[in-house]
Design a protein around this ligand. Structure first.
Ligand SMILES: Cc1ncc(COP(=O)(O)O)c(C=O)c1O
Length: 386
């Protein structure tokens, strides 16, 4: 019997020694062998054999198993940050001479990694918009990877996972998708044919703005290649942070479901405000992403984006909020607002901003767990100050 996600996120490994309700933190960096011959198990990559925490650790493994279950994956690997997960996943598969087809509109640092660092390693990166992504198999050769995200940061536009996977399969390429904005509660890309899912677990999975973490979920065969990168680059998570992540996972489903409900009401509120020129939220039937989001997501998420008439108005709005914190990041229990041109999309040329659909008056909002009416009042007051 496959249990519901909420249940799977609560019940992981058992503390068989003392029957504690929580799985303990194994702080040890090293684990002794009973006999020297036991090292043969390490050579054989045996899963339950721990020798050194950069490779694997029981507390971390408990979280990895839960994330794998939430993403309907055979396996998962937890990292010290989302970028450690992304860079390790990409470098596990892209080699010198390969081409990566990447969506042009991506989380800013992932974009910069692909744009600035990979070419130096001999990897050719072709940035495309979504329609060219769907037909990239016709336009590029030697493609090893497709890299994309949906909903897209910061606009929350959604692109078709099905069409992207279709093109990648025709090209004989693997797909890596960043599922951070949706969280595993609202979207499971592996079910739709994606090969590798990456997360900034700093966001919804951590959920309290107090843990930096990342995750990769995929088949056993592919995660093995990614774990080799973890071992080599050393982007392992600290077991104490992994324990915090385990605690966060237990409430992930209830948090995200409430954030979905609240974001939907708040998006509808913004639609009625004259000073708001545009509202981007995949759950609005008027949104251009609604149809595709409805097809591939089970909830529309807690992220939305509004457009005001200028950077000055965006600043005034953010600075006038009493509840919403003017801070980068997302997915926490507290509502966060940020101006993409000052944060995630800083240092991008006007052309790059245009193709990312990012404007100066844009404000990205991550809805937290505050009372929805309190948030609406806060947003209303701040709009009144513009
Ligand atoms: C969509 C997305 N992916 C990846 C990352 C990177 O994650 P981290 O900051 O945990 O390295 C972020 C960070 O903001 C993000 O928003």
């Amino acid at each position: 019997m496959t249990r519901d996600k909420a249940t799977r996120a609560i019940h992981g490994r058992k503390d068989n020694l003392y029957r504690g309700a929580n799985f303990p933190i194994y702080t040890s960096t090293t684990f002794a062998v009973e006999k020297s011959d036991d090292y043969d198990k390490f050579i054989g990559d045996e899963e339950e054999f721990y020798i050194y925490s950069r490779y694997s650790n029981p507390t971390v493994r408990n979280v990895e198993e839960k994330i794998a279950a939430l993403e309907n994956a055979e396996d998962a690997i937890v990292f010290s940050s989302g970028m450690a997960a992304i860079t390790s996943a990409v470098l596990a598969f892209a080699k010198k001479g390969d081409t990566i087809v990447a969506l042009r509109r991506l989380y800013g640092m992932a974009y910069r990694f692909l744009r600035d660092i990979l070419p130096g390693l001999g990897v050719n990166v072709e940035f495309v918009d979504e329609t060219d992504l769907y037909r990239a198999h016709k336009n590029f050769s030697n493609v090893r990877l497709y890299y994309f995200e949906t909903p897209i940061n910061p606009t929350t536009d959604c692109i078709s996972i099905e069409k992207t996977v279709h093109s990648a399969r025709k090209a004989g390429a693997l797909t890596i998708m960043d599922n951070t904005f949706a969280s595993p509660v609202n979207q499971n890309p592996l079910d739709l044919g994606v090969d590798v899912v990456v997360h900034s677990a700093t966001k919804y999975i951590g959920g309290h703005s107090d843990i930096m973490a990342g995750a990769v979920a995929s088949s056993r065969k592919l995660t093995k290649a990614v774990r080799d990168m973890l071992k080599a680059f050393g982007g392992c998570i600290n077991p104490s942070d992994a324990y915090m992540l385990d605690r966060s996972l237990k409430t992930l489903a209830v948090r995200v479901e409430q954030q979905n409900r609240s974001a939907q009401r708040i998006a509808q509120f913004f639609l009625r405000q004259k000073k708001v020129l545009d509202v981007c939220y995949p759950g609005l039937p008027s949104s251009k992403s609604y149809k595709v989001a409805k097809k591939q997501m089970t909830g529309f998420g807690g992220m939305l984006c509004i457009e005001l008439d200028s950077l000055a108005s965006a600043k005034k709005f953010c600075d006038s909020l009493e509840l919403g914190l003017n801070a980068t990041s997302l997915g926490g229990v507290e509502t966060l607002v940020s101006i993409p041109v000052l944060t995630s999309h800083i240092k991008m040329s006007p052309e790059e901003l245009k193709s990312a659909n990012v404007t100066e008056g844009m404000v990205r909002i991550s809805i937290g767990l505050e009372n929805t009416d309190d948030l609406i009042l806060d947003f209303k007051n701040a709009l009144g100050k513009i």
